[in-house]
Design a binder for this molecule. Structure first.
Ligand code: AVI
Length: 354
């Protein structure tokens, strides 16, 4: 029926990922069901991730702060007066302040743009910053990066983009090149720069510890993707109930208790992968109201039997080595022009220029 035409894109992606097994990039011969990584970031997930950044084993945040502190002068030297500094995603304002402190003192005519898809955190954060830094002009831009960045192409001022927090690591190498190429083509002119926070390849034990913290926060964070799916599915089927006669009560599709989080690190590729693994045999049963949509997306709407030990892929965290910086730069039409890292070389900020 017609009203199934408007299945929300996220629900479509969930159905698609769960009904089809796919070969992960460079993952040998294992084909897995998958869930979109963005599902990790509902309110509960954002809160858990924020807590993870304070856990000692999750060295990434601490290292990035360390680099920002020890290399501030060199970084600021790359950002000219009367230029625009544009941060992609403002979840990291806590770190950005280290840079803003220096820009406020050492530069004039800086405009700082914070770009995020979520309007609320953006406005509340920027209000306080505008009070604190009198020499910097603050602008909040809400929207996807693609939507917003094209506005900068015609700007006559020099610009420096900031993409911190190792967010690039959650994209495959190919996706990262695609994203950066599009930024290069649509938002940068010759000499503009982009500073990217990247986690370095290192001792696998250190990386495994970061993604398997002893407080169990990562565990909660990854498993929360399943609860988020349940919430989205029941929300959607509830809206359908207003449209069609239905007697089934849907409470989501996962028995969350039957899953646990597992992750592994591929040292050759430089990638940590996170999975939700079935601890025992379990079923994914589609609510009756959802069946027509499932059928349209994958051909049938029968229940899915998940065997004990089957792993549903949810997240990759890519790590970078010297050679990877070069491949990324060349593929994206950029030049790798500086690297600032912490004393252990665990993590680095990398400047790329068009
Ligand atoms: C947000 N992103 C860079 C984190 C990472 O390290 O990949 C998300 C995360 N996943 C587990 N712990 C933290």
């Amino acid at each position: 029926p017609n009203h199934h035409k408007n299945v929300p894109p996220m629900v479509t992606q969930i159905i698609d990922g769960l009904t089809k097994r796919r070969l992960l990039p460079t993952d040998g011969n294992s084909e897995n069901r998958s869930l979109p990584t963005v599902l990790l970031y509902d309110d509960k997930g954002l809160n858990l991730f924020d807590r993870i950044t304070y856990v000692p084993e999750y060295y990434l945040s601490e290292c990035e702060i360390d680099v920002l502190k020890t290399s501030t002068r060199e970084i600021v030297a790359e950002i000219p007066n009367d230029s625009d500094v544009i941060e992609l995603g403002c979840g990291s304002l806590r770190k950005t302040q280290l840079l803003l402190d220096a820009l406020d003192q050492m530069r004039s005519g800086i405009t700082y743009y914070a770009i995020d898809v979520m309007p609320m955190p953006l406005h509340s954060a920027l209000g306080t910053l505008a009070e604190k830094y009198k020499n910097i002009t603050f602008v909040a831009l809400c929207g996807t990066y693609d939507e917003v960045l094209t506005h900068f192409k015609k700007a006559t001022r020099r610009k420096t983009l900031l993409w911190l927090g190792s967010s690039i690591g959650n994209n495959s190498r190919a996706e990262s090149i695609e994203f950066l190429s599009s930024i290069t083509d649509n938002a940068l002119v010759a000499n503009d720069g982009i500073i990217i926070g990247m986690d370095r390849k290192k001792d696998p034990d250190v990386i495994m510890a970061a993604y398997h913290d002893s407080e169990g926060l990562t565990n909660q964070f990854e498993l929360n993707a399943l609860s988020h799916v349940n919430n989205l599915i029941s929300e959607y089927t509830a809206t359908l109930k207003g449209l069609i006669a239905a007697d089934s009560v849907a409470d989501g599709i996962f028995d969350v208790e039957k899953f646990c989080y597992t992750g592994d690190y591929d040292e050759v590729v430089g990638r940590h992968s996170a999975y939700l693994e079935a601890r025992e045999d379990t079923m994914i049963s589609w609510p009756r109201d959802l069946a027509p949509a499932v059928e349209r997306i994958c051909g049938n709407s029968s229940d899915i039997a998940i065997k004990r030990g089957e792993r549903i892929y949810v997240e990759s965290s890519y790590k970078y080595g010297k050679e990877d910086f070069e491949i990324l730069a060349q593929g994206s039409g950029l030049v790798h022009s500086a690297e600032w890292s912490d004393s252990r070389s665990y993590y680095s900020l990398n400047l790329f220029r068009k």
